[in-house]
Design a protein around this ligand. Sequence first.
Ligand code: PEP
Length: 249
Amino acid sequence: KGEGKFIVGGNWKCNGTTESIAQLISDLNAGTITKDLEVVCAPPFVYLAQTQASLGPPFEIAAQNVWTGAGGAYTGEISADMIKDLGINWTITGHSERRALCGESNEIVAEKTAYALSLGLKVIVCIGESLEERQNGSTLAVCCAQLKAVAEVVSDWSNIVIAYEPIWAIGTGVVATPEQAQETHAGIRKWLAAAVSPEVASKMRIQYGGSVNAGNCDVLAQQDDIDGFLVGGASLQGDSFITICNSAV
Ligand code: PEP
């Protein structure tokens, strides 16, 4: 395991209404978290203020994405400065949906990550391979290339959490087996030790993401190199998300 607390993220993606988010927040606030862990929920930007006003501890709040740098003439974008200005401490970068649907390259994700870190934000950097890449044996090569782009522009990794999310497991109901997840997490940690430093490798928290639910979280959480989860679909159900939080090791 990496150092620090088990960390679970809830990625609400582009879901919700004022009413459904109020209900989700109320369910989360009413839940009983029995473990000492970090929990970070990422609502759509337009519901950040609502979430901030009503979601209580231990839940923290994250943005789902940020622009590559400071604000300016970037219509429709949100800068890390604005997230910081709201008093939010976290952002996700490099989610596979942004890489695939919005054309974010490894370099763009790295630039976003570096800029957010430079402002003092903590960043959950998502990496992961496609089904084709897994089948042709390039899983680690793909994940490490994604991290190498980050290593080229970031020197202090202490505010980074890595989320390993195989694309074939995201939103599909096909969860990685504990062995598959463990093997890849261990490979990522080994790469960090060689390419960044043994210290960063041993401290890094690596989340697994991809069809995590209340039924499969316990066995995954037991794996040596799994330090938390990034949860999509199941994070929209308060009771499931609380169960996943309580799988913390
Ligand atoms: C995600 O999008 O980060 C994710 C893991 O989604 P899901 O849990 O729905 O597979």
